[in-house]
Structures are given as structure tokens and as C-alpha cells.
Design a protein around this ligand. Sequence first.
Ligand SMILES: Nc1ncnc2c1ncn2[C@@H]1O[C@H](COP(=O)(O)OP(=O)(O)OP(=O)(O)O)[C@@H](O)[C@H]1O
Ligand SMILES: [Mg+2]
Length: 283
Amino acid sequence: MKTLVLANQKGGVGKSAVATLMSHYFAQHGQRVLAIDFDHQGNFSGSMRRSSRVQDAGITADRLLTESVSVMPSADLVLVAGDTPLSMLELQSTNHTPFARNLRHFLAVMDQQFDVCVIDTNPGPDIRVISALASADFVLSPIQLNQEAMEGVHGLLNHPRAGVRKIKAVLNPKLQLIGLLPTMVESTPFQRANFLQIVQRYHPLLIRIGDGPGDFASIPRRSSIAEAQAHGEVLWQMKKSAAREAWKEIEPTLRALAAIVMGQQQARAHASSQSGAGHDTVA
Ligand SMILES: Nc1ncnc2c1ncn2[C@@H]1O[C@H](COP(=O)(O)OP(=O)(O)OP(=O)(O)O)[C@@H](O)[C@H]1O
Ligand SMILES: [Mg+2]
């Protein structure tokens, strides 16, 4: 089982939307998917639950941290939903190490039952995010193309507790940063200028989906993507032509991301660390 974490300390950047799209994409392609929501707001849980394809695990995600869980329902798309107790875990600092250990144990036990685990996280570098990153194979960071979000990239890499560099060095050397995924991208001059800025500054962290100069993974702002999330529908199964158009636009991005996670393509972070380039040159 490969574990993918969606993380960005900024709120409202599209983490839950991307987690939902990726979970359905993996399931559509025959992968057995374990979806975990570490956000007590439960947005990812809400949209997954509204889908008839999803089997609820019957326990909430806080228990994956506070207990030793070793059984999940037998189904191809299982959700462990987020709930309010998740927001209390950060206060229980003496239990943080057992929390991370419980999750690692749980994911190890699920290794044969599922092909991929998608973990959506809360915006904030707390023990939920740290525990997820400490056991994951991959982290993907949705970002919006505004100044504030771009400043957040520094935190993603360098936060003293939850930054990818610290997690890799201290807790989980196998963690690979897939990269930054610009979301809700609009074709306004302002966003185009910000995109150029981000390409210039962070291009090693953007995710290539082709050989052309602008061929980076991204998700446009489309109302059908928000609608699919709100109604628990699968974007590419919606009847509206706008949804089909949106699907055509994002399919290459989802395909590239899925290929990285399932090992059909080397993650850029891995490839660059092997060549010695790494990400230490940016941010
Ligand atoms: N590509 C998109 N096009 C249009 N709307 C989108 C898109 N992606 C996300 N949204 C909408 O933007 C809002 C914020 O997205 P989402 O909940 O995925 O962000 P988040 O990073 O998970 O937020 P939080 O940090 O609060 O968990 C939601 O209403 C969602 O439906
Ligand atoms: Mg969210």
C-alpha cells in the first residue's frame, strides 16, 4: 500500500477537493482505496460519505492515533472519517509519540488489504499532520496562486516540527515530496503573473506532466469541481457538459499524480535527490 498525504498549512487551498478527486480516481482505476480524514472539519469525509461507492469504516480517524486499530471493513473504497476529537489531540503532548506509532502500526497492518491510502489533513502543523507525514510515502501540497500561499511553501519545507525536511531527516527518510499542485487556477493576468513567479522560484517543486514549457500539474477553478465535492459525485460521471470539460482539463494531472504514487513514474523529489540536486536549492 502506498500512502499519499495532502498537506498545506494554509486553509482553503483545495486539499480536500484534491483528496476527493484522487480517491475516486484511484478507485476508478481498480485500486483498493483507504481514505482517511484527519481534519475535524470533515470536508473530505462529507464528500466521500455522500458517494454511494464509499464504505464507512465505522470508527473515526482520531482512533487511528489514540488506539491500536487493526481491522477495517472489507470493501474497495473505505473511509475513516474525521470528527471533533481530532482537534483535542495536539493538547495531549505526552501521547504524541504513541499517536504516531499507532498510526504507523495501523498503516502497516493495512498494507495487504489496500493498494493506496489517501490522507487529507487539517491546515496546521500539529500532531495529526506530523503523524501522517511520519508514516507516508508521498506528500502532495495543493497551493493557490496568491502571495500568502506562496509564502506558505517555506513552511511546508522548513517548519521546525512538520516541515518536510525535518520529517525526512528525523522521522521518515522514505517520505517523498511529489511537489506543489497549483489549484483553483484562473486565467487572470494576476494569476498568470503569480504562476510565472512560482515557476521561477519553485520550479523544482512543480510537477511535470509533459515536456512543454508550461506543462505542470495544476487544477483550474471550475464550479463543477466544487459541485462534485459538495454533492459527493464523481466529477467524470456527472452529466453536465461543464463537468466533462473540467474533467478533460484535469485528467492529465490526476493521471500523472496517480502514476507517481503507484510507482509507474519516479517522483521528481526522488529523482532529483538521486541526482544530487534535491530541493535544498529552493525556498
Ligand atoms: N478546483 C476548484 N474549483 C472550484 N472550487 C474549488 C476547487 N477546489 C476546491 N474548491 C472549493 O474551494 C473550497 C476550499 O477547498 P477545500 O475544502 O478543498 O480546501 P482545503 O485546503 O481542504 O481547506 P481546509 O484547509 O479548510 O481544509 C471548497 O468550497 C471547494 O469546494
Ligand atoms: Mg480540507
